[in-house]
Design a protein around this ligand. Structure first.
Ligand SMILES: [Zn+2]
Length: 309
């Protein structure tokens, strides 16, 4: 069994949206400090490289990329809760680059990978930043993977507590990306209804499983068993990507689900088994949200421990 590749970079700590902002450098610091203090056997660490601009432009409109370039080194308020600081644009390129590297690594037969990056990505739309996200890291990795001759179909599983609106919208008219999201319903960003199933050729290739506030591990597992697994099996992915947010954790301050770190381990085992069954275990996780630093580090560890065994 090859080592699980963990990709991160301390330069991503230089994205500083402000002391009161939930998406703060301490999130990634907590994860890396935990992995430093108690390294997990069977893992290998690697630094990130920035994504090529061409890779970003496969997903985002030129106007958005130019707008991000225009604030490089100085920062800006991008929407009511999305803030860029001096170091944010390099960090965003690194977060996208980490996601790309994770996907390429597993596609090359290297085993599972986890891109531990920030800023997160799944709210970023084709034309604009949104919801703490500057570039849509998982979408950029999926689009780059689809350039390869050995990849025709990519499954994206999003278990962040918020609906992955950006990822859904970027791929909703395509039949080569199946997007599945389990999230808290009636919550930010307001999309992710069951009725949103994709458009045109993409009809049926978006699967949303909104959960009630207070739902936890059992409901998440049931959504995976009842909605994700059957859809994924009939889709037949060549690669499985996960938008792995940990803000559905019971201790998370932003949301109202009650998942546990062991629950995230169970979800990881389910997607790992799915990837083994469908595509020789080609699986890459990409960090999204998770705002209680202790719960975040513990949940990331629990997921990695599932990947190494
Ligand atoms: Zn989230």
């Amino acid at each position: 069994m090859p080592d699980v590749l963990l990709i991160s970079d301390e330069r991503m700590l230089e994205h500083r949206p402000g002391a009161a902002h939930p998406e703060r450098p301490e999130r990634l610091e907590a994860i890396l400090a935990d992995l430093d203090a108690r390294p997990i056997a069977g893992t290998r660490r690697e630094s990130a490289s920035p994504a090529a601009r061409e890779a970003i432009e496969r997903v985002h409109r030129l106007g958005h990329v130019q707008a991000m370039e225009a604030i490089r080194g100085r920062g800006a308020f991008l929407d009511q809760d999305t803030v860029a600081s001096e170091g944010s644009i390099p960090a965003a390129y690194l977060a996208a680059g980490a996601a790309i590297r994770a996907a390429e690594h597993t596609l090359d037969g290297g085993g599972p990978a986890f891109a531990l990056g920030r800023p997160p990505g799944h709210h970023a739309e084709r034309r604009h930043a949104m919801g703490f996200c500057l570039f849509n890291n998982v979408a950029i990795a999926a689009a780059q993977a689809l350039e390869r001759s050995d990849v025709e179909r990519v499954l994206i599983v999003d278990w962040d507590v918020h609906h992955g609106n950006g990822t859904q919208h970027i791929f909703e008219d395509r039949d080569d990306v199946l997007f599945f999201s389990a999230h808290q319903g009636d919550f930010y960003p307001g999309t992710g209804l069951v009725e949103e199933r994709g458009r045109g050729r993409g009809e049926g290739f978006t699967v949303n499983a909104p959960l009630r506030s207070g739902a936890g591990d059992d409901e998440l597992r049931a959504a995976f068993l009842g909605r994700l697994i059957p859809a994924a099996q009939s889709f037949g992915p060549d690669l499985v990507l996960v938008s792995a947010g940990f803000d559905a954790h019971v201790d998370d301050p932003l949301a109202g689900l009650r998942a546990t770190s062991q629950g995230f381990a169970t979800l990881t085992r389910m997607v790992r088994d799915l990837a083994v069954e469908e595509c020789d275990g080609r699986l890459a996780l990409v960090l999204e949200g998770g705002y209680d630093t202790i719960a975040l580090a513990k949940s990331v560890r629990a997921c990695i421990e599932e990947l190494v065994c």
